[in-house]
Write a protein that binds this ligand. Structure first.
Ligand SMILES: Nc1ncnc2c1ncn2[C@@H]1O[C@H](COP(=O)(O)OP(=O)(O)OP(=O)(O)O)[C@@H](O)[C@H]1O
Ligand SMILES: [Mg+2]
Length: 151
């Protein structure tokens, strides 16, 4: 890992503020190169905080060209690029739902990344080594992203 890479992770751990969706996507693209193989990423944050925007940046970095929007009719969408990205929006799941019941595992071949919006809904079935990203909007309407690998 280069020093620029460790810098990005360190900055993200402290929290990075972005002033546009493009900037969030750009950071996500750089971050994508640092995501370990077969990693679960949990995206916490309110409606409109930028979770899907960030995941779109990951997709672009992994050569996925399809539009990335929040899955509306299905709970998750599978994208094939240089990595296999599963975008799960758990919003409509009840709290205490079981990730295993969704049988996502059956579709995963390495290297994959499962990106979960509203991970609180399936908190008990997320792996312990998931990386958690916290997104929020500051009082002056900037968007902030913070990484916590430990939960
Ligand atoms: N700095 C920024 N970073 C991310 N999004 C931004 C930023 N500034 C403005 N936006 C806008 O905020 C919105 C973020 O929406 P997005 O769908 O990514 O949120 P979300 O967290 O996935 O919400 P939901 O829980 O409803 O799925 C988009 O319309 C985006 O263009
Ligand atoms: Mg979303």
């Amino acid at each position: 890992m280069s020093s620029t890479d460790t810098d990005l992770l360190q900055q993200l751990r402290k929290g990075i503020v972005t002033s546009s969706a493009d900037e969030t996507e750009r950071i996500a693209r750089a971050f994508a190169a640092l995501v370990p193989e077969d990693q679960v990423l949990a995206f916490h944050g309110d409606l409109g905080a930028g979770k899907t925007t960030f995941i779109r940046g990951l997709a672009r970095a992994w050569d996925i060209v399809e539009p990335v929007t929040s899955p509306t009719f299905n709970l998750y969408t599978l994208y094939n690029g240089s990595r296999q990205l599963v975008h799960l929006d758990a919003y409509r799941l009840g709290t205490g739902s079981d990730l295993d019941a969704l049988m996502i595992d059956d579709f995963l071949s390495p290297p994959w990344c499962l990106a979960v919006e509203w991970p609180e809904r399936i908190a008990d079935s997320l792996p312990d080594d998931a990386w958690h990203l916290y997104l929020d909007i500051t009082p002056d309407r900037a968007h902030r992203i913070r990484l916590d690998e430990e939960r």
